[in-house]
Design a protein around this ligand. Structure first.
Ligand SMILES: C[S@@+](CC[C@H](N)C(=O)[O-])C[C@H]1O[C@@H](n2cnc3c(N)ncnc32)[C@H](O)[C@@H]1O
Length: 266
């Protein structure tokens, strides 16, 4: 049986590994280090921006688990395991919470064991699939076994939408939301060049040159993904401004190129 390692391309940079490198992880290769260093030369705030994206995931996941009673999550574009992972956040609120993780990068698959260390009362699963094929996610045995569509679900699309280009982006998000019952939530972060257009434009160019074209969205476009849903306060804001804690104090808006929001499905 082929191992996920056979699919890992160590000659070109990959988004999950560049993210891991910049966040101080250890699961990346020389190409990712070189790409990450080039991006940081273009925009030295990149590590702050990436860290705050990750922290938004923590706060949004905690909010949904603790304050909205969400007990099952579908996490698209999970990334390499980095503590705390979503199931650790959710199971801290409720040990029996279920989390289904999805990523299309073989290196994430190779490290998925760390995502499967669920509490004994709860459950986690990993689906090796692409967001461009939502039916493969929704029809997977992992999703069917762990997610009860009679109860609300937290759909997390964090740090990935900038890799999902128009015109398919809206349809793909909708397709993932469609089967989820009313009272489910969408938590999403959306890349933008609104606050540091030149620097973020250069980083975007670098990603494109490394084979990872990206879409950056202004506030009206970012907000339109939540049309027809009930936005949780404070709405669509830069990620460090969404229900900030003490860690977010003093962060310069120009260091954050990501909108974030949480909304309830009606
Ligand atoms: C920047 S990381 C974000 C990780 C995590 N969600 C977070 O915010 O900390 C983006 C992840 O999305 C994954 N990804 C990118 N395009 C994807 C696609 N079309 N389908 C599934 N995963 C994808 C990458 O492999 C990577 O692990």
């Amino acid at each position: 049986m082929p191992s996920p390692h056979d699919r890992i391309d160590t000659t070109t940079a990959h988004s999950a590994r560049v993210y891991d490198y910049i966040l101080g992880g250890k699961d990346h290769y020389l190409v990712d280090v070189e790409a990450g260093d080039a991006m940081c030369r273009h925009w030295p705030a990149l590590p702050v921006h990436m860290r705050e994206n990750r922290r938004f995931m923590h706060r949004a996941g905690r909010y949904l688990a603790q304050e909205r009673g969400i007990r099952q999550f579908l996490d698209i574009g999970t990334g390499l395991p980095t503590a705390p992972n979503l199931h650790e956040v959710a199971q801290e609120a409720a040990a029996h919470a279920h989390v289904v993780y999805v990523d299309n990068d073989p290196i994430v698959l190779a490290h998925a064991r760390a995502l499967l260390q669920s509490s004994p009362e709860g459950a986690t699963a990993y689906v090796d699939a692409d967001m461009h094929d939502p039916d493969a996610i929704l029809d997977s045995p992992q999703f069917r076994e762990l997610i009860d569509l009679g109860r609300p679900v937290g759909l997390m699309i964090i740090g990935i939408l900038h890799f999902i280009l128009p015109p398919d982006d809206r349809r793909l998000v909708r397709r993932l939301l469609d089967p989820l019952p009313s009272g489910s939530y969408l938590a999403m972060t959306i890349g933008t060049a609104d606050f540091a257009p030149e620097e973020v434009g250069r980083v975007s160019q670098e990603y494109a040159e490394q084979g990872m074209p990206m879409a950056l969205r202004d506030l009206p476009t970012a907000s339109s993904f939540f049309d027809g849903m009930d936005l949780v306060e404070p709405g669509v804001v830069q990620v460090h401004r969404w229900r900030p804690g003490p860690e977010q104090s003093g962060i310069d808006d120009r260091a954050i190129a990501m909108y974030g929001a949480v909304a309830r499905k009606l």
